[in-house]
Structures are given as C-alpha cells and as structure tokens.
Write a protein that binds this ligand. Structure first.
Ligand code: ZN
Length: 367
C-alpha cells in the first residue's frame, strides 16, 4: 500500500524504548502513537486544545515539542498522556491496540481536524446593522458524515408499518440536529428522498467517497432491518469485515443493492476485507470502527430497550473505505409487527437518533 512506504524510515529511526510518540499527518487527522508495555484502559477528555488520556498503567515521564501539523507538544507523566492541539484541530479519537504484527501494544491518538464553519443562516435582517463579536463564534468540532441508506429509485425494505428510506432519512436528520447542537460539523449523503446515482454501485461509491473527500472523523450509515421471519427483532451495529461465521449472507447482499448487483458488490467488498488484514492503517481504522459500533450499540439498546443482537462485522460495500472509521446501524426490524410499529412513531425515532448522536459525541471525546 502506498501510504505505508514513507512511514517505514520513521519507524526504523524511532528509538526502541522512547516515550516520545511517533507522529504522522494524514488528510483529516494527525496520528500520535505511544508504545505501551501491555494493553490497558484509556479514558479521554478534550478541553480546548488539550487532549488528556488517563491510562490504567504508568509510563516513564517524558515531554517535548512536536512539529507535525495539528500537534505542538506532548507530555507523559505517570498514568497521564497529554497532547496539545494546534488551531484548526478539535477533538480526538483514542484507541489502545493490542500487540501484533511484531509491534508492542500501542496507544493511538488521532487529533481531528475541525470542520469548516457552516455558512451563516439566512437570518431575517436586523433593523440596525449589528456585527457579531468574534467571541460568539461557534467552536468547531470534527466533521461526521451521516448516510441515510437507500432513497430515490431504491426504497429499501418496505412493510405494513414503514418504508426504510424514509425512516433512515428521518432518523439521520434528527441525529444531525443533535450533533450540530454540540458543534459537530455534519455532512449528509442525502437530505431528501433521492439516490446519488441510478446505478447502485456508483450510488454507494458516491456515498462512501464523501467520507474521504470531506476528511470525516466518522461515517455512519443508517438502515432498517428486514426478515422473512416476522418474529425477528432487535438492534445490530456493523463495522466492516468478514461476515460472521455461520451467518446468512442475505443482509449484506440486500444492503448492497440486492439481486445480482448486491451479490457482486458483496463479493468485491469481501475481497477487500481480506486485503485489509495485513494493513496497519486499516487495522487502526477497524479498531476505531469497532469502538464506535460498540458505543452506538450500547446506547441504542439502553435508549430503546430493544433486543441486543450485538456488534457484528460484514462486507457492506458502503463502509469498506479503508481510512475513515465507519459503521452501519440496523436500528430495528421493520418487518416485525411490534418493532415496525414503533419505528413508525416519531418519539421512538427521536430516542434512536439521540442515542446515536450521544455515542458519536462520546467517540469524538466531545460533549
Ligand atoms: Zn438498508
């Protein structure tokens, strides 16, 4: 993989037992990696330009300046690691990776670039010209892409109670409102009942491309589940990977467009899942994706009381992009008489949306 090539000399130059982080600037984030003696817990808080991570173990004290885009300094003291973000960066993803591939356990901190402020709303003209003081300018948070699945020529699953594309859009718009209220910059793959391209593969490509070109900190695809068994119910959250052993392939094929196109895209996505296994950048991305999936799943189950069907992996084409943490949420079964009826209620969809938004804010370590 191309991005790995320039990293190799840096890795070789890094002193083996140094407490200084290895740092790399990527498109939308800058990554700092600290070696750990073993896997441990990490609790993160971001206040202003300071990222503080409390570990479940102590590291040798160290501190210094950093000259990479996004980060200006680090310090390690006992169980606390601190990074100082430069202007234009806000929020952080934090993950502890287990030892593997000849590397020790690692603390990975991604300093996230803030999104661009939204254009000022077309507010009614005040009677007198008032210039807004700079101090009221919103603090910008990282950018998140929300993908309401299906739309336009593809309605998704349909039942007596719900039409999937409409439910996905309604929930995504509610998630957007909640995130924006907390300063998060949100990009929607669609804001109306439309497809991005009449061809399903190109439609899904266009959606996942938004995560890359807009330097998103996370990509969240929202869907409603369906089963030929009307008793099936509950919530599932997926991140990209091999299908779970022994599971039916029908869901990924369905969400990848159904029919022969769904089968073809599922094959392609399954192949790229295999290719990701040896890629260090992709491994960190998958680890972040799993963390986000776990937070969303826990919040959703708590907020709705729905059956917890777990955090799972599968070859969903729209979340195969190898750089941005990405998940696909199945918020419930539209085919189930009880859950389908609930999904048709505004109050229930609002509960789902708030639960998803809170999980995203938690993932970005910003509240
Ligand atoms: Zn769907």
């Amino acid at each position: 993989m191309k991005p790995l090539f320039p990293l190799v000399p840096l890795l070789l130059l890094a002193p083996a037992a140094s407490a200084a982080p290895r740092v790399w600037a990527h498109d939308g984030y800058t990554r700092a990696v600290f070696d750990l003696p073993r896997v441990t817990t990490a609790t993160t808080s971001v206040k202003g330009q300071t990222v503080t991570v409390k570990l479940g173990l102590s590291l040798p004290a160290a501190a210094g300046k950093l000259t990479v885009r996004g980060l200006s300094a680090y310090s390690v003291s006992g169980d606390t690691v601190t990074l100082t973000l430069t202007a234009g960066f806000a929020g952080a993803r934090v993950e502890v990776l287990p030892a593997g591939g000849g590397q020790p356990a690692r603390l990975v901190i991604d300093a996230l670039r803030a999104g661009t402020p939204p254009a000022p709303a077309a507010a009614p003209k005040p009677a007198a010209a008032v210039t807004r003081p700079a101090s009221t300018a919103k603090v910008m948070r990282p950018r998140v892409v929300l993908d309401p699945g299906h739309g336009g020529n593809d309605p998704g699953m349909q039942s007596r109670w719900v039409q999937e594309a409409a439910v996905n859009l309604d929930v995504a718009l509610r998630v957007r409102r909640e995130l924006q209220a907390h300063g998060v910059d949100v990009v929607m793959t669609r804001e109306t009942d439309r497809h991005l391209h009449p061809n399903k593969a190109l439609d899904l490509d266009a959606r996942s491309r938004l995560a890359k070109t807009d330097e998103a900190a996370a990509f969240i695809s929202i869907h409603v589940n369906a089963s030929t068994n009307p008793a099936a119910h509950g919530v599932e959250t997926y991140y990209f990977g091999q299908p779970m052993p022994g599971r039916s392939r029908s869901l990924a094929i369905q969400e990848n467009g159904g029919g022969s196109i769904g089968q073809q895209l599922t094959r392609q996505a399954t192949n790229s899942a295999q290719n990701l296994l040896g890629d260090l950048l992709a491994q960190a991305k998958l680890s972040f994706s799993r963390q986000l999936a776990e937070k969303v799943q826990a919040n959703l189950v708590q907020a709705t009381g729905a059956l917890n069907r777990g955090v799972l992996t599968d070859a969903f084409y729209v979340i195969r992009n190898p750089t941005t943490p990405a998940i696909l949420i199945e918020i419930g079964f539209g085919s189930n008489p009880v859950e389908g009826a609930k999904l048709s209620q505004e109050a229930y969809r609002e509960r789902i949306a708030v639960a998803i938004a809170r999980a995203i804010l938690d993932f970005l370590n910003t509240r």
